[in-house]
Design a protein around this ligand. Structure first.
Ligand code: ADP
Ligand code: MG
Length: 544
């Protein structure tokens, strides 16, 4: 790129920099974002299709989770990346509605393109979109109903809606109540009286074995290990837990000294000495009053034998993260020097127990002083099933959390979108100026959700949209598409409900991303610097 100054061109950008401006830039961006959005379109809804993603290492992921698909696709185009960002934000904030948000972004851009072709300026479009998004909040809030944390049935329905279409709906009967129980047990009421729940407080374990229905909730912490000696107790009640970051083995082995032993007596003496040392270490553990030991490092075989004899439950090779969590849950301290192991540094738990989960053992630590520890063991026949279950459960846990925090829900099945479109059109009619056009396009765009739901269910979307619209015009605010019965139904009555926040977030991030893309009219892209081998300075470089 060069500017002309007094006849002499001045270069201001690095050579090779690519620049696209005006409508070419705009069109290119819109196209890229639309392509990405359309990639997830067929996955929407309970009857959405799955995508098979193969990464460069050959690992296969089969999913219809919008956020996962977009994350796995290695997208380079900057505008297309913004759609990925929309899905990611949606996932982080509310956990569900990622596909919807991405599709809506694409559709808003598609409709904007029509306006651009009619010579409506992008500033007018973005202003109209912003007005429409604000109005959508108002309309959706009006459609929402309040639910209390005690409304178990609605909470289960919300979890169920999030689980539907992710390959987990066949086990909805088991999973949805489990999700509600899990989130409810980690709710904390703050000083301001507001309830909050951090989903990260729920430990998720996986076991590729059995069926999804075998998924279970454990009130406590889980460590995927087995006890180190068969004769150790399987269950310790009123556990006093030594949490060790130091090994239980003979220190002398660590010294790299060389000892030459000659004769049987000398060898015997050496072994006795070693045994003696192990015993001393073991005695430190026994004297502390511990009846369970969780050790980060190894526990010597002989030590295990002595500890088992003393009736102590020992788990070793626990990773440090788990060890720290164990210390937190049981109010214990991580010990790095066995001389510091005293009764008041031990953690406590009602029960420490080795339990058979499927064909393998796991360690459950229950009735901890911190009662809010919850774990879920996901089960399924194959790695893929468990992966999909994990994603579906994440969505479900998040939506239940969102509803418990926010307390408002709307019906699903495309019903809020149809109502929104109808009301936004009324609103547009009240506006003067060209923004009206943009608000109308926004209304058209939002219909992409019911349209796509009909498409993925193999229904004629035009027929269904006409029917839905007329039902809404007649005042049937919750009429939506029951994709199982292929009928238009009152979705609220049918129990297809979703958090209000999922819808609000999708509208906000989609309209913001669309507006941001529309405002770009200049793309200046630097080319990557060529990193060739550096040449040694030749004679030429020093010539004058
Ligand atoms: P997203 O990532 O956007 O959540 P989903 O594939 O989960 O995508 O589909 C969500 C859409 O499916 C929502 O519009 C929701 O209302 C709808 N939906 C969920 N369950 C049903 C159902 N039983 N009948 C009709 N629509 C449903
Ligand atoms: Mg969903």
């Amino acid at each position: 790129m060069a500017a002309q100054l007094g006849g002499q061109p001045t270069t201001i950008l690095r050579q090779g920099t690519q620049r696209t401006t005006g409508s070419e830039a705009q069109k290119g961006n819109i196209m890229a974002a639309k392509v990405v959005a359309s990639a997830v379109r067929t996955t929407l809804g309970p009857k959405g299709m799955d995508k098979m993603l193969v990464n460069s290492a050959g690992q296969v992921t089969i999913t219809n989770d919008g956020a996962t698909i977009l994350d796995e696709m290695d997208i380079k185009h900057p505008a297309a990346k913004m759609v990925v960002e929309v899905a990611r934000t949606q996932d982080d904030e509310v956990g569900d509605g990622t596909t919807s948000a991405a599709i809506l972004t694409g559709e808003l851009l598609s409709k904007a393109e029509e306006l651009l072709d009619m010579n409506v300026h992008s500033t007018t479009i973005t202003a109209g979109y912003t007005l429409a998004a604000i109005k959508s909040h108002e309309i959706l809030e009006g459609l929402a109903s309040d639910i209390s944390g005690d409304d178990e049935d609605t909470l289960i329905n919300i979890a169920g809606t999030a689980l539907t279409g992710k390959g987990a709906e066949s086990s909805k009967g088991v999973l949805a109540p489990l999700v509600v129980r899990a989130v409810k047990s980690i709710i904390k009421t703050g000083v301001d009286g507001k309830d909050t729940a951090n989903i990260k407080d729920i430990q998720i374990e996986r076991r590729v074995e059995g069926e999804m229905d075998d998924t279970e909730l454990v009130e406590g912490m889980i460590i995927d290990r087995t006890r180190t000696h068969q004769s150790m107790p399987k269950r310790v009640v009123d556990a006093r837990i030594a949490i060790l970051a130091t090994p239980i083995e003979v220190r002398s082995i660590e010294f790299k000294s060389e000892i030459t032993l000659s004769g049987v007596t000398e060898r015997r003496a050496f072994i006795d000495r070693e045994e003696q040392m192990i015993k001393e270490v073991v005695d430190k553990v026994i004297n502390s009053g511990a009846n369970a030991v969780f050790c980060k490092k190894g526990v010597d075989e002989l030590a295990r034998h002595y500890l088992a004899k003393a009736g102590i439950f020992v788990i070793h090779r626990v990773n440090f993260k788990e060890l720290k969590k164990l210390a937190e849950c049981t109010n214990g301290r991580v010990i790095t020097n066995l001389d510091e192991l005293t009764l008041d540094h031990l953690g406590t738990a009602g029960v420490v127990e080795e339990v058979m989960v499927g064909n393998g053992e796991m360690i459950f630590i229950r009735d901890c002083p911190d009662k809010k520890i919850i774990s879920i063991i996901l089960r399924g026949g194959t790695e893929q099933v468990v992966d999909n279950l994990a994603r579906a459960m994440h969505d479900a846990l998040m939506v239940v959390r969102v509803v418990l925090e926010d307390g408002r829900v709307v019906a699903g099945g495309g019903s809020p979108e149809i109502e929104l479109a109808l009301r936004l059109r009324e609103y547009a009619a009240s506006l003067k100026g060209r923004e009206q056009l943009a608000v109308n396009k926004f209304a058209e765009a939002i219909e992409v959700i019911p349209t796509t739901l009909a498409e993925t269910s193999g229904l004629d979307h035009i027929d269904k949209l006409v029917e839905l619209k007329s039902r809404h015009e007649a005042g049937d605010k919750y009429a939506g598409l029951n994709v199982f019965a292929n009928e238009i139904e009152d979705m609220k009555a049918a129990g297809v409900v979703e958090p209000l926040k999922v819808k609000l977030q999708a509208i906000d991030s989609a309209s913001e991303a669309a507006s941001m893309i529309l405002r770009i009219d200049d793309i200046i892209a630097a080319t990557k610097e060529q990193k060739g081998p550096k040449q040694a300075p030749g004679l030429k470089d020093y010539e004058f």
